[in-house]
Write a protein that binds this ligand. Structure first.
Ligand SMILES: Cc1ncc(COP(=O)(O)O)c(C=O)c1O
Length: 424
């Protein structure tokens, strides 16, 4: 399959429900177009496609041959151990996808209905939805201009000025009177959030940090792997991620009780495997052995993939460096970015025409997500000083980023961008 996932928001069956930001319907159709012939294939450059090697086939075959195809099996155990060892966490629990990983992490951290959870407005929608699955309420906070990740200064301002500390040590939102129980920093497009600053403010106010590291497997903050820093970290192995199991996720943590609780929750809260005794309402959120087998093979290539992604990011930047109309998101000194997605910024008036130009040249690019606090089901939740995310929404474009992307394809893409600016 050539397209990792259908673009989120406003699309149905691969087509936009409404024209997006003035992009013409015809052009938008080409956004999801599949190459129909070999010659077409040559020209089409997809946004993100998975790469499968020999061991993926070999390990899956082993599952099929032995009948270990379902939600227990040696590949599930091995996948969990491999990821835990790689991230340096004591525990890893494989889940059916990244969204379910976020959902059970929130429950295991004690998020209750009516609690509040701080979420960035600029992110894929899953963390906000996971908060709502718990009956809790998101509070949307801005991103920084340079990393696109949660602005920790804004988080501190919100906690300090808009909340009051209760006698139980928790922070309560002065306006809603609700307890602020957790925060979900998303390491957007692979760049880590400023975790020390976040930990400082959260530590003082008993706010649990649930890292959404779904886009940042292998990225580092001050030498520590993304996902391994907060109370729990959540990963995704969706088809468009740096490694994939088709669909899949994982929770990582150093907390034994949380790990046990999550394993229990994702197994329908089963206490007894003979009589099927259950002690609470659980979920069927386990990853299958077949998916885990793909994951084990993909993990063997992760370091190579990160290397390729970082090289390609450098190449994009070099080839566009003479173009004054383009800005890059720079890696912070304290960060190592896996460059899951490559992002350029252009001025607001160029975003849609440039996207249209690239799509019409068979290069699949996309705008960043619509800001969550502007979506109908989230409009009535509190948002706190969102300015940088609006600017990012107006200016950011994601470029093709597959591990299989070739140098000549990057050259075609950058030539196409430079041509656009040469003719406006
Ligand atoms: C930031 C973010 N959080 C959560 C998810 C959810 O992961 P999944 O699609 O595996 O449920 C994704 C991506 O898919 C994501 O990009």
């Amino acid at each position: 399959m050539l397209i990792g996932r259908e673009p989120e928001g406003g699309f149905k069956n691969g087509l936009p429900q409404k024209p997006l930001n003035g992009l013409s319907k015809q052009i938008l159709k080409s956004f999801t177009k599949m190459p129909s012939s070999i010659s077409d294939k040559k020209k089409h450059i997809p946004l993100s496609v998975p790469v499968m090697g020999e061991n993926e086939w070999k390990y899956v075959k082993e599952c099929l041959d032995t009948g270990w195809v379902s939600s227990v099996g040696s590949y599930v155990d091995l996948f969990e151990k491999t990821v835990a060892d790689y991230l340096g966490t004591k525990y890893a629990i494989a889940t059916i996808n990244g969204t379910s990983a976020l959902h059970v992490s929130l429950i295991a951290c004690g998020v209750q209905p009516d609690d509040e959870v701080i979420v960035p407005s600029l992110t894929f929608i899953a963390p906000a939805n996971a908060v709502r699955y718990c009956g809790a309420n998101p509070v949307f906070i801005d991103c920084t201009q340079d990393t696109l990740c949660l602005d920790t200064e804004r988080v501190a301002e919100f906690i300090t000025n808009k909340c009051i500390q209760g006698s139980d040590g928790y922070s309560y939102n002065k306006r809603t009177k609700k307890r602020v129980k957790a925060v979900i920093p998303v390491h957007v497009f692979g760049h880590p959030t400023n975790m020390d600053d976040l930990a400082a403010i959260c530590g003082e106010h008993s706010i649990d940090i649930i890292e959404d590291a779904t886009e940042s497997l292998g990225s580092e903050y001050k030498g520590q792997k993304a996902g391994s820093i907060g109370k729990v970290g959540c990963l995704s192995f969706n088809g468009n991620k740096i490694i994939t199991t088709g669909g899949g996720g994982m929770v990582v943590t150093n907390d034994e009780n949380i790990a046990a609780n999550i394993r229990h929750l994702i197994t329908q809260a089963k206490c007894d495997t003979f009589e099927y005794d259950h002690d609470e309402i659980g979920f069927n959120y386990r990853l299958t052995n077949i998916q885990a087998a793909i994951g084990v093979a993909q993990m063997e290539s992760l370091e190579k993939y990160i290397h390729i992604k970082r090289e390609n990011a450098g190449l994009y930047e070099r080839l566009l460096s003479t173009n004054d109309c383009i800005e890059f998101l720079k890696e912070k000194k304290w960060a190592m970015n896996n460059y899951w997605f490559y992002t350029i910024k252009v001025s607001k008036n160029h975003k849609c025409p440039l996207i249209e130009h690239l799509l019409s040249n068979n290069i699949q690019v996309r705008p960043v997500w619509k800001l969550i606090h502007t979506l109908p089901m989230y409009r009535n939740f509190q948002n706190f000083t969102i300015e940088n995310a609006v600017e990012a929404y107006d200016s950011c474009i994601n470029l093709p980023c597959s591990v299989s992307l070739q140098e000549h394809e990057i050259l075609s893409i950058t030539n196409c961008i430079n041509d656009y600016f040469a003719n406006v």
